[in-house]
Design a protein around this ligand. Structure first.
Ligand code: NAD
Length: 460
């Protein structure tokens, strides 16, 4: 495949289903399936290279079919849109947005949208590939995609944010769609953003189709067609997997201590739900700083404080800690629920924990993984641990298609059953093959995809 970028016109062509390939960006372009050599610390961890290391390790372990390896080692479509938005001061600002569609062998592309200054093609490719594996492990009929806009939403008014979001959705055109590619919230995006995307998308299709498009996004406000339980779903899934781990280790959840990095959707819900089971939250870090209290932090109180003060920094019922002190806090479970590449060869040495439960995507790089394994620290990998979000997104999508509305109890029960089964498969595969849990999770995902490719064959 040629290393060329597909740069879409501002309004993308309708019915585009094929095309985008790779782009040179200081790594392997859109291809991850290249031979790798060891895990010596690299100067800057390219996220997509991290995926390549993980992918290759699992592909080697399971002896993945070389043709399937080539297919899954590349992203399917890469969409880059530059679009203008009128600001409050009357001037126009240009924005760059991305949507990478990694694979759709198992169903429509699915994955979140992120608004962050660090969003780039490398990051979005990695996040899209992780979505492919995640959906395959969870056994839901979706492929993998991810997208976002490279900007800091905190610097814009709500009205500007709405215009940026709507213009991005318009620029993506039919590169998204309810049966084709379904976005959801991620870092710095939420139910309100999803409602604006839904409204923009519905406004651009013929009027008789409008009501049939509500499932173009998931993670919507409940009133606008969202599912109850979606807001907390990722955190709930993280907690369900931790409960499975405590069950396996004959540990009482109520006696656990834990720390959380990131206090947004995933981090705050995980902390609240785990505390409700009797576990003790000892330390929290967000983008503003860290806070620690050995006697326990009330996550509901902290959330109220963070909403008023813009973060957890200066929370009065705890002591300020810097990043290294936060990471060195002794707890049973560390839950990274913020950004990527937080656990590296260096920081993995700082952790004094028994378990890392990856609420975030890609928080541990391959060098960090190696250190955790050497130190005997258990790890529930992201593509299993945070799958609760996409699982309940699938339930939202199903409810929309069937014009149904499920009760919270039904959503939670189905999520629990599905993520518990996925956890069991990863645990058993790791034991059977004698590999780490991340590799085991990949083997499950890649086996499922390999089977589908063998059954369906390659057109023509
Ligand atoms: P969010 O925007 O709601 O919260 C992000 C949090 O991370 C904020 O508290 C922010 O202050 C903190 N943060 C940012 N940079 C930081 C840094 N350098 N150090 C410490 N904290 C920092 O985002 P979210 O939806 O909770 O997503 C968090 C992670 O979980 C991401 O990796 C995301 O991809 C992953 N995830 C989210 C979902 C979902 O449903 N929202 C599902 C699966 C995975």
């Amino acid at each position: 495949m040629l290393p060329v970028i597909e740069r879409q016109p501002e309004v993308a062509p309708r019915n585009k289903k094929e095309g985008g390939t790779a782009v040179p960006s200081g790594n392997n372009g859109g291809h991850v399936g290249q031979p790798h050599s060891g895990v010596a610390e690299r100067p800057k961890s390219s996220l997509y290279q991290n995926v390549g290391v993980q992918f290759n390790r699992a592909a080697d372990v399971m002896n993945l079919d070389p043709d399937v390896r080539r297919i899954l080692g590349a992203t399917k479509n890469e969409i880059v849109v530059n679009f203008p938005v009128k600001m409050a001061n009357g001037h126009v600002e240009m924005f760059t947005g991305y949507r990478v569609q990694h694979n759709d062998a198992l169903g429509p592309f699915k994955g979140g949208l992120r608004f962050h200054p660090d969003v780039d093609l490398d990051e979005v490719r990695a996040l899209a590939a992780w979505m492919t594996w995640k959906c395959a492990i969870a056994g839901i009929p979706f492929g993998g995609a991810k997208g976002g806009i490279q900007f800091d939403p905190a610097k814009y008014s709500e009205a500007e944010l709405e215009r940026i979001t709507r213009r991005f959705a318009f620029a993506l055109g039919e590169n998204i769609g309810p049966e084709y590619d379904i976005p959801a919230p991620d870092v710095n995006t939420n139910a309100q953003i999803m409602a604006w995307i839904l409204d923009t998308y519905a406004s651009t299709v013929p009027s008789h189709e409008r009501q049939r498009n509500i499932h173009v996004v998931t993670g919507k406000p409940v009133e606008a067609g969202g599912s109850v339980g979606r807001d907390k779903a990722t955190g709930q899934g993280v907690v369900f997997t931790i409960q499975e781990w405590t069950h396996d280790h004959k540990i009482d959840v109520a006696g656990l201590t834990f720390s959380v990095q990131g206090f947004g959707n995933v981090g705050s819900w995980t902390a609240r739900l785990l505390t409700q089971l009797g576990a003790k939250l000892v330390a929290v870090e967000d983008v503003t700083g860290g806070v620690r209290n050995e006697n326990g932090i009330d996550p509901d109180d902290l959330l109220r404080f963070a909403r008023v003060h813009g973060g957890v920094m200066k929370y009065p019922r705890g002591d300020f800690v810097d990043h290294i002190m936060f990471m060195k806090t002794p707890v049973d479970v560390f839950i990274p629920a913020a950004m990527e590449n937080q656990i590296t060869a260096e920081s993995a040495q700082w952790l004094q924990v028994r378990l890392v439960a990856e609420g975030a995507n890609g928080p541990t790089n391959p060098e960090g993984d190696a250190v955790l394994q050497r130190r005997g620290i258990d790890l529930i990998p992201d593509i299993l641990c945070n799958a609760g979000g996409v699982i309940v997104s699938y339930y939202e999508w199903l409810q929309n298609k069937r014009s149904e509305f499920w009760e919270l109890e039904e959503v939670d029960r189905k999520l629990h059953k599905r993520i518990k089964a996925a956890y069991g498969r990863v645990r058993d595969t790791a034991a059977e093959l004698g590999v780490d849990w991340r590799t085991a999770a990949y083997v499950i995902a890649l086996s499922r995809l390999e089977t589908v490719y063998k059954e369906r064959g390659i057109f023509p």
